[in-house]
Design a protein around this ligand. Structure first.
Ligand code: T3D
Length: 263
C-alpha cells in the first residue's frame, strides 16, 4: 500500500498536518492536494481543535508543484495551470487564511515555489535556521502563485517582493525573519519542540477571539481607517459576547488564571 502523503495528528487541541513526500521534498501532486483537503476538512469539523500546525517531513518543507508530470513533449498540449491553481492551490490558501483558529507553520527546510507561499499564508511562521524560502517560479517561466504576489509586498515591501519574484534568490530563515517575512528563525533541533509548545499554548487561549484578530488583520492593509474602525467595532461586539471574554475578565478580577474554552 502506498504511504500517505499527508499525516494528521490531533492531540491537546492541536492538529498537526505533515506534508509527507520527503523524497520529493514534499512537492505537491493532485493526490496529495486531495488528501490535504480531506485533512483540513477534518480539522475544521473537529471541535476539539483550537490550533493548526503545518510542517513537512524530512529535509524539506515543500518544493511546490511536483514538476515530474509537467514536462510536455513537443507537439503535446501544455497542462492548464490555471485549472490546477483554481482546483488546488487557491482553495488551500483560502482555507489557511479563513480557518477560524491560529495556523502555525513550522518550516523545517527549503520552501520553494508554491511551498514558500503556502508557508507565508499561515498566521505565524517559524523556520529552522537551515531552512530557506525561494520564489522559484521565475526559473521555469511562471509567476508567484498561492497568493505570493499579494502576500510578499505586504510582508517585505514592493522592492524586495519584486527582487525575490524576478531573481528567485534563496532567502535564509534569518534573513526572512530580519525582513519581517516570518515570525522567527529557531535552531534546527529546537523547531519541532518550539512550534509544538507554541501551538499547545495557543490552543489554550480564547480561540474565537484569536480568529477575530486574524479576520481583522487579514483585511487591514486593504481597508481605509474608517472601514477598519467599523470592522473593529463589529468584531469587538462579537468578541464581547464570547464565554472566553467573560472568563478572561472574571479571572482578572478574581486574580486567578483564566480557563478558556475557545468559545
Ligand atoms: O503546475 C501547476 O499546477 C501550477 C502551480 C505551480 C506552483 C509551483 O510551485 S511552480 C514551482 C515548482 N517548484 C520548483 O520549481 C522548485 C523545484 N525544486 C528546486 O528548485 C530544488 O529542488 C530546491 C531548490 C527546492 C531544493 O534543491 P536541493 O538541491 O536541496 O534538492 P534537489 O536535489 O533539487 O531535490 C531533491 C529531490 O527532490 C530531487 O530528486 P532526486 O534527484 O533525488 O531523485 C529533486 O528532483 C526532487 N524535487 C525537488 N523539487 C521537486 C522535485 N521533484 C519534483 N518536483 C519538484 N518541485
Amino acid at each position: 500500500m502506498s504511504e500517505k502523503t499527508i499525516l494528521l495528528d490531533i492531540a491537546d487541541g492541536v492538529a498537526t498536518v505533515t506534508l509527507n513526500r520527503p523524497d520529493r521534498l514534499n512537492s505537491f501532486t493532485a493526490a496529495m492536494h486531495e488528501e490535504l483537503r480531506g485533512a483540513l476538512a477534518a480539522v475544521r469539523e473537529d471541535k476539539t481543535v483550537r490550533c493548526l500546525l503545518l510542517t513537512g517531513a524530512g529535509r524539506g518543507f515543500c518544493a511546490g508543484q511536483d514538476l515530474s508530470d509537467r514536462a510536455v513533449a513537443p507537439g503535446q498540449e501544455a497542462p492548464d495551470l490555471g485549472a490546477s491553481i483554481e482546483t488546488n492551490y487557491n482553495p488551500l490558501v483560502r482555507t489557511l487564511r479563513e480557518l477560524p483558529m491560529p495556523v502555525i507553520c513550522a518550516v523545517n527546510g527549503v520552501a520553494a515555489g508554491a511551498g514558500a507561499n503556502i508557508a507565508l499564508a499561515c498566521d505565524i511562521v517559524l523556520a529552522a535556521r537551515s531552512a530557506s524560502f525561494i520564489q522559484a517560479f521565475c526559473k521555469i517561466g511562471l509567476i508567484p502563485d498561492s497568493g505570493g504576489t499579494w502576500t510578499l509586498p505586504r510582508l517585505v515591501g514592493h522592492a524586495r517582493a519584486m527582487g525575490l519574484a524576478m531573481l528567485g534568490d534563496k532567502v535564509s530563515a534569518e534573513q526572512a525573519a530580519a525582513w519581517g517575512m516570518i515570525w522567527k528563525a529557531v535552531d534546527d533541533d529546537k523547531l519541532a519542540e518550539e512550534a509544538g509548545a507554541l501551538a499547545r499554548q495557543l490552543a489554550t487561549q480564547p480561540t474565537h477571539g484569536l480568529a477575530l484578530i486574524k479576520r481583522a488583520l487579514n483585511v487591514s492593509l486593504d481597508n481605509d481607517l474608517d472601514s477598519q474602525l467599523d470592522l473593529e467595532r463589529d468584531l469587538q461586539r462579537e468578541a464581547g459576547r464570547t464565554r472566553d471574554y467573560r472568563e478572561g475578565v472574571a479571572a482578572f478580577v478574581g486574580k486567578r488564571v483564566p480557563k478558556f474554552e475557545g468559545r
